[in-house]
Ligand binder design. Sequence first.
Ligand code: DAT
Ligand code: MG
Length: 140
Amino acid sequence: MALERTFSIIKPDATARNLTGAVNAVIEKAGLRIVAQKRIQMTRAQAEEFYGVHRERPFFGELVDFMISAPVVVQVLEGDNAIARYREVMGATNPENAAEGTIRKLYAKSVGENSVHGSDAPETAKVEIAQFFAGNEIVG
Ligand code: DAT
Ligand code: MG
């Protein structure tokens, strides 16, 4: 298996409820290593760029408003097959469909306020990491 990096966001609903540590515990128990992490207040422009692929979706405005409603924690996670592994650990987008023990099953409030983001492919992971981290901020 290849050592891989993925991009993660602990979203406003989770930071607002003091769940950063609880989410990180699930991540680390799953064997993923947090190799970069910072708490930031996203700007509207950053959130619109980050979720640009969803610009035409009916929930886009709501999604951007939510992402800037409170600070987020952006992270780089490293591990074997980290991209697919983290998607597994996160659970389904809608927490009602998420498997037991996943972050979204444990903590998400709704399909919109679903506690975490994780990259969906190697190309998106690379672009998303580069949007928020300089190379020297990632220490594997
Ligand atoms: P994921 O975050 O699991 O990769 P996605 O890329 O399809 O899911 O959507 C990005 C985010 O957009 C998702 O985490 C929450 C929001 N979203 C998706 N579908 C939604 C819906 N039907 N209603 C409201 N928000 C939605
Ligand atoms: Mg996605």
